[in-house]
Ligand binder design. Structure first.
Ligand code: GTP
Ligand code: MG
Length: 336
């Protein structure tokens, strides 16, 4: 018997007509199981895009859209598959890692600790007590990100989310001058968003996509990541809610880091741990959520005078260790 000639995709073995005629999903209302009413409810609650659905939890969607958790979970799975989230080959992961940029801190010793500098496609969390240099480093990175690659820069703009009103243009100008840059040009490349509360902070990051694209942003700073969350969610009863929002925030930052090959630097204060009798009785705020979702964690502490010690606490591919640097009028420098 002559084998039937295959001329259309439907005639191929293993391909059912269902697969072929599947409509492309580009909007929330295209998702199976989402009618116009549900889409409207979701959009009103800030879930108007496939990405926000794909990264939500079934419990969240169930409550917002008034659905069973099973249905909500199916909708999330559909959104994920429509966005092609999920697996990539080891080869394409390697290809992506080849594009990782390294942003210099201003100190060679500090850079060495980080394997060359702060990485793009990753979140670097810096925690430490007041005056340990977290904000000073954020200002220095805002300058350095604009430098040519040969000088440890990323040749891009900066998005600075300021939650504690600590961004100082005068300090930027001072550091820019020391780096041999035009101070006003340096300031023009830094886009500052002042966050007034934790929801506002979330929104600033969720709406950052266009700004990032249009201004070739290569560094996003959040100084600090937890202060609003700490004051907005007081009491144990709201802790789960807080952690969930913080989780969403960290996800949004990581997504930007991956999509636009940019570096994310976040600061975090420490709380004292009176229960700890030996060693350094401090722990970063935000607990596991911030810690687990940061690729690199740095602990800064004060030493004599303008000396500071940076300790690499958690890194996927670098040995833990310490570096000593200096916070000077000119900016972050080597100790000698
Ligand atoms: P919190 O936000 O309070 O938790 O602290 P932080 O870790 O952000 O500290 P920050 O980076 O603000 O460090 C403040 C310290 O940096 C000051 O105590 C000074 O030692 C140093 N510093 C800040 N500005 C200057 C400056 O213009 N010149 C010099 N030489 N040092 C500065
Ligand atoms: Mg600070």
């Amino acid at each position: 018997m002559a084998k039937k000639e295959i001329t259309t995709v439907e005639e191929m073995p293993e391909v059912s007509t269902k697969t072929v005629s599947k409509k492309e999903i580009t909007r929330v209302e295209d998702l199976p199981g989402v009618g116009p009413k549900t889409a409207e409810k979701l959009a009103e609650a800030g879930y108007g895009e496939l990405m926000s659905i794909a990264t939500a939890s079934a419990a969240e969607i169930a409550v917002i859209a008034d659905l069973g958790e099973g249905t909500a979970a199916k909708i999330i799975i559909e959104a994920r598959s429509a966005l092609n989230l999920g697996f990539e080959t080891g080869l394409s992961a390697l290809e992506k890692r080849k594009n990782i940029g390294k942003l210099s801190t201003g100190s060679k010793e500090f850079d060495n600790l980080l394997g060359g500098g702060i990485e793009t496609q990753a979140i670097t969390e810096c925690y430490g007590a007041f005056g340990s240099g977290k904000t000073q480093l954020s200002h220095q990175l805002s300058i350095n990100a604009q430098l040519p690659k040969e000088q440890g820069g990323l040749e891009g703009g900066v998005l600075f989310i300021d939650t504690e009103n600590t961004f100082r243009p005068e300090r930027i100008m001072q550091m820019a001058q020391s780096a041999g840059m035009d101070p006003e040009k340096a300031l023009a490349n830094i886009h500052v968003g002042r966050a007034y509360n934790s929801d506002h902070q979330l929104l600033l990051v969720e709406k950052a996509k266009d700004l990032v694209k249009d201004n070739n942003v290569k560094l996003i700073i959040v100084d600090s990541i937890t202060s609003h969350f700490r004051s907005d969610y007081i009491g144990r009863g709201t802790l789960a809610n807080r952690q969930q929002k913080l989780n969403q925030h960290m996800h949004a930052l990581q997504k930007l880091a991956d999509t636009y090959n940019l570096a994310v630097y976040i600061t975090n204060q420490v709380m004292s741990r009176p229960d700890m009798l030996f060693g350094d009785p401090t722990a970063p705020i935000g607990g596991n959520i911030v810690g687990h979702q940061s690729t690199f964690r740095l602990y800064l502490r004060k030493s004599k005078g303008d000396l500071r010690i940076a300790k690499l606490v958690d890194s996927p591919n670098l040995p833990d260790g310490e570096a000593i640097f200096r916070v000077t009028t000119e900016g972050i420098k080597d100790k000698e």
